[in-house]
Design a binder for this molecule. Structure first.
Ligand code: SF4
Length: 724
């Protein structure tokens, strides 16, 4: 057996569980991954991705040198492979990138830049990225893939309680009494969390209520499975609330002390009887009643959900309807309860926490709060009271060709999807994309590609050339999680370390180093009198700067994380223990807000020409756009795109297991291999979104939740036909 030269403790780079891993290193390779048994959150458990999916780090296609497009400036921009780029030095690539960015800002203003930070990068990378965007470019146009996965959870929870993170910890899961899992294929998307949930059922006798259209593995352990038609979640949860109110199962004291809007809410659900919900959702009324009684009568009961709830045109309403249930029953603020959106990417929580959103600074401090704005301006050496002067009415950005005066913008920036719209209209002229792959993750990819072709300039920073990099003018090679220090924040708000275990490949550099270098060059080209401050020796210094400016992080530093393994924010002082369970006394918005909502059907339902509903999601062996897993041995296990088809539908279509089929929507078509399975209900097909050669987002619909602006990846109409 191989003996490691060294073993480095780190955090898994795949999903939001944030499993702690020991990377066993020999000959500059990770040759084995183990999990420590005595460390939260996974206590020795790992899934296939954590155990076998790290070999992408050593894949020969890693980017190792800056690249510049050979046909730079040619429009429309076409996607090119590596042969379409030439190698460049860092100086040449960064100078050119800085010149292009500065030109854009000088000519059109900072709001002409669209920027994407990364839920795969560290907190420190993302803090510095948004600092560059805000303090140098002068725009709040910064967003990331949280917009495309949990924006509706964020929007709904902000309305209901004023905080959008998971309220309770992973450590509580094995001791649950009753819990609802909805819109989460937990055993494939958050596999280690699913083992704790399963343990609660198998060992602890917990009651599991699954609310999901697909026959996912969690249903095998469920006491109740409510199999609603896709897109009818609100009807089911409204009816559960109606039963709880009608049968007097609500918590009077909790409602009186800690909520508002109860009367209006109860008025809004009177007509949502289980029978009415059955007619909409297909879930038998008796099952809805049983689920409501089980959830409401428990001493403690929790709700967990995933993208099946949030990636919907009514994702905010879905979240609000779950929040209504928790507020009705008082199942929040205690161990074993709570509202728990299971976050997708390894650091999607941390990227949002670090200010990678268009309307907030780190720690969700509002950009339109004058005091907060002043605090950041002082810290970033931007504007002092005596240097400030007004920039003129109507300018969203502080930097424009009409107004050279610089200050932080207090206008919310654009979301990812709005940036696509703005790029199409010409309001956005250039993109800076760090560690994201919008050319796989956007809905309606044909439209997204068209937009990419029009931009004046595209700067991409990544570890591989992916579908977005193919549109880049300049590509800056970054290091992976295994080649740098930093922190990730997992789904239950635990800030954990990653540590450099391997040397950087070629000339690749850490994201924070690249941003720092680029930012200083752009500042110089924009003739900034003072730098906002981009000189750091180590990411610990970046964390310390962010923590100084962000009250919930002020008790957290690298030494403490080293000592304790991880710390749950909020942690406002060095002697604070951290907060695994939130809202014991109050909610950030004060009282919990009930919301009167109404069920609305999905936007694009099946018809004669497109008779099936398409739902998209993940499989166990792959991750998001496949940039990492498709370059790992996991791709040998699950090498091609598939479509789940119910046996009755397959019979009608003449489709046998493993037949090739074409799936068409109003927007595009793909060819995939059929899996004939009861997992998908009749009339609904399911396609994973990991495969570029058959990208599910060629088919999806760019229709969005009006509040969260999240696209609907779970319901659109498609046709299926047998190929051979
Ligand atoms: Fe990594 Fe998530 Fe699997 Fe844990 S559950 S090993 S964090 S992919």
């Amino acid at each position: 057996m191989l003996e490691p030269e060294r073993t480095i403790r780190s955090t898994c780079p795949y999903c939001g569980v944030g499993c702690q891993v020991d990377l066993l290193i020999k000959d500059a390779h990770i040759f084995r991954v183990e999990a420590p048994f005595d460390v939260a959150p996974n206590y020795g458990r790992l899934c296939a991705k954590g155990r076998f999916g790290m070999d992408y780090v050593s894949h020969p296609s890693r980017l190792i040198q800056p690249l510049i497009r050979k046909d730079l400036g040619q429009k429309p921009r076409r996607p090119v492979g590596l042969e379409g780029f030439r190698e460049a030095t860092w100086d040449e690539a960064l100078d050119l990138a800085a010149e292009k960015i500065a030109d854009t800002v000088r000519q059109y203003g900072g709001d002409a830049m669209g920027t994407f930070c990364s839920a795969k990068a560290t907190n420190e990378d993302n803090y510095l990225f948004q600092k560059f965007v805000r303090a140098v470019l002068g725009t709040n146009n910064v967003d990331h893939c949280a917009r495309l996965c949990h924006a509706a959870s964020v929007a709904g929870l902000q309305i209901a309680i004023g905080s959008s993170a998971m309220s309770n910890s992973i450590a509580e899961m094995k001791d649950l009494e009753v819990f609802i899992v909805t819109g989460s294929n937990t055993s494939e998307t958050h596999p280690v969390i699913s083992t704790f949930l399963r343990q609660a059922v198998v060992q602890g006798g917990a009651k599991l209520i699954v609310v999901d259209p697909r026959g996912i593995e969690m249903t095998e352990f469920a006491t109740l499975w409510l199999r609603q038609k896709p897109g009818t979640d609100v009807a089911v949860f409204q009816a559960m609330a109606q039963v709880i109110v009608e049968e007097g199962l609500f918590d009077h004291d909790f409602i009186a002390a800690r909520t508002e809007g109860f009367e209006e809410f109860t008025g809004s659900i009177v007509e949502w009887t289980p029978e009415r919900a059955e007619s909409v959702s297909g879930v038998p009324a008796d099952l809805i009643r049983e689920a409501a009684r089980s959830y409401a009568s428990a001493n403690s009961a929790a709700i967990y959900w995933g993208m099946g709830i949030s990636q919907s045109v009514h994702g905010t309403d879905n979240t609000l309807s779950l929040a209504n249930l928790a507020l009705l029953t008082g199942h929040i603020g205690r161990p074993g309860t709570g509202l728990n959106p299971l976050r997708g990417q390894n650091n999607v929580q941390g990227c949002s926490d670090s200010g990678g959103l268009p309307n907030v600074y780190p720690g969700y401090q509002r950009i339109d709060d004058p005091e907060i704005c002043k605090k950041f301006e002082r810290a970033w050496h931007i504007a002092t009271e005596d240097r400030r002067r007004e920039t003129g009415n109507g300018h969203r950005s502080s930097v424009s060709r009409h107004s050279p005066v610089f200050r932080l913008s207090n206008e919310p920036g654009l979301t990812t999807m709005e940036m696509v719209d703005a790029a199409e209209s010409g309001a956005i002229r250039a993109y800076y994309v760090m560690g994201e792959n919008p050319m796989m993750s956007e809905p309606d990819l044909r439209h997204a590609r068209h937009v990419m072709e029009k931009l004046d300039f595209v700067l991409v920073q990544d570890i591989f050339l992916n579908e977005t990099g193919e549109y880049a003018d300049i590509i800056l090679p970054a290091v992976s999680f295994a080649e740098k220090d930093g922190t990730f924040t997992n789904s239950d708000r635990r800030v954990q370390k990653i540590r450099a275990a391997l040397p950087a490949p070629g000339e690749a550099r850490a994201d924070w180093e690249i941003i720092s270098d680029l930012a200083q060059r752009v500042e110089a080209k924009l003739d900034r009198e003072h730098s906002a401050g981009f000189e750091f020796e180590h990411p610990a210094e970046i964390w310390d700067e962010m923590a100084r400016l962000t009250p919930p992080f002020q008790g957290i530093n690298y030494k403490r994380i080293e000592r304790e393994g991880g710390v749950h924010w909020p942690c406002p002082t060095p002697d604070h223990p951290g907060t695994p369970c939130l809202f014991a006394e109050s909610f950030p918005r004060g009282k919990g807000q009930f919301s009167a909502i109404q069920y609305r059907p999905s936007e694009e339902l099946p018809d004669e020409n497109y008779p099936f509903i398409l739902s998209t999601g993940r499989v166990l062996y792959h991750w998001h756009g496949g940039t990492m897993t498709r370059r790992s041995q996991l791709d040998h296990i699950y090498p091609e795109a598939t479509v789940e088809i119910n046996p009755k539908d397959a019979h009608q279509l003449g489709v046998q297991e493993h037949a090739q089929v074409r799936v068409r929507s109003r927007r595009g078509k793909i060819e995939v291999k059929a899996l004939v399975t009861e997992r998908s209900p009749q009339g609904t097909i399911f396609i994973p979104f990991h495969f570029a050669e058959a990208a599910a987002n060629e088919l999806t619909n760019d229709v969005r939740d009006p509040q969260a602006k999240i696209p609907d990846y779970k319901v659109c109409a498609v046709a299926v036909e047998l190929l051979r």
